[in-house]
Design a binder for this molecule. Structure first.
Ligand code: MRU
Length: 349
């Protein structure tokens, strides 16, 4: 099955199925998760990754955590629910979709609080499914809007993986590329390798090749040269959190790509479902940036490439200031200009 059509996260018969993204491209293997602790671990270890997929996995993971919660009273049930939701919220700090999905589940539990607890559990399962199915529609819409900013014959650079496996389907940044292909367009994609965990090399290159899209893998340090050569007419990336002023957190290295795009007068587009927009976070400086194990840099993928004991700084994300963002593409339309003013309007539509 083509990777853009692979469901990387789904829930069936009380089992959370997760495509283990740490094994790709060598092995396509699904984990069958039945315990909330294993769902937490899968998120933490990037077995499931990408902001929307993390949100979906958290919603399903929560179902595992409340399966055996007491059914005598709402209060007893809710105290277990809250504890489990708070626990999942500690898995990764940057992608706001995690907190957004847990909040949706919380709202659902509270809205249904007068029902017997067994029915509340059913409502929560439906809500988790809805979070997944809505994301599929959202990604398709993002793709349709983004396509209006692109054209046949273009070279497009992307960073990290904001593809089908990072979402319910299609991806965010990669969605227009699949639609361009459906239209018969001839596009050339440059995929940044994305140090240190190589989401671009392992995942984006894999996804796009499976779909038959022309993709060229480059290391992150080659992006400047590829732009200088005139091979790139647009950059499109996904994101983990958009602050109220339009600053955007995405995979480490994205800020550098945005600066390069500016220097070469290339538009820099950010694909963002509204579930990734966080109006409560005022600016990029307020976005919590995850720092990960030094070993990802010193001995990534099992091979030591730096001296023992060297000091390491390993932030998983950086923030691109809104001034560098040419447009934010959401499922509700394309925003340009004053993001501070435009972003809140999305939530009134
Ligand atoms: O650490 P990761 O692999 O979860 O980081 C993923 C990204 O930065 C993606 O670009 C982002 O989550 C958008 S996925 C549609």
């Amino acid at each position: 099955m083509e990777s853009s059509f692979l469901q990387s996260v789904y829930y069936e018969n009380g089992i959370l199925n997760i495509l283990d993204q740490t094994k790709i491209p060598e092995i396509t293997e699904f984990l069958e998760i039945t315990k909330i602790e294993d769902a937490w671990e899968a998120i933490k270890q990037l077995k499931v990754r990408g902001a929307p997929a993390i949100g979906i996995a958290a919603a399903y993971g929560l179902l595992l955590g409340i399966k055996d919660a007491p059914e005598n009273s709402f209060d007893e049930f809710y105290s277990v629910f809250k504890k489990q939701a708070d626990y999942l919220a500690t898995s990764r700090p940057t992608a706001v979709n995690l907190f957004w999905a847990l909040k949706r589940m919380d709202d659902c539990a509270n809205n249904e609080k007068d029902l017997p607890v067994a029915r509340i559990k059913e409502a929560l399962e439906n809500e988790a499914h809805l979070i997944r199915t809505e994301d599929e529609e959202v990604c398709r819409s993002i793709g349709e809007h983004a396509l209006t900013l692109l054209h046949d014959g273009m070279g497009i650079l992307t960073h990290c993986n904001a593809g089908g496996i990072a979402t319910a389907r299609y991806g965010t940044a990669l969605a227009p590329l699949y639609l361009a292909q459906e239209n018969g367009w001839d596009i050339k994609v440059y995929a940044d390798e994305t140090r240190p965990l190589l989401q671009g090399a392992r995942l984006t290159a894999w996804e796009l090749m499976q779909a038959g899209i022309d993709v060229t893998l480059i290391t992150d340090s080659m992006a400047a040269m590829v732009m200088q050569k005139g091979w790139v007419q647009a950059v499109i990336v996904g994101c983990d959190r958009v602050a109220a002023n339009g600053d955007v957190a995405n995979k480490i290295g994205t800020y550098g790509v945005a600066l390069l795009a500016k220097a070469h007068d290339i538009p820099f587009f950010v694909a963002a479902p509204t579930s990734t927009i966080d109006l409560e976070t005022k600016t990029g400086a307020d976005i919590p940036i995850e720092e990960r194990e030094a070993s990802e840099i010193t001995e990534g993928f099992g091979k030591r490439t730096a001296p023992e004991g060297v000091k390491v700084f390993n932030p998983a994300f950086d923030v691109t200031p809104h001034e560098l963002v040419s447009a934010i593409i959401t499922e509700k339309g394309i925003l340009k200009g004053n993001y501070q003013e435009e972003l809140p309007k999305l939530f009134k539509k």
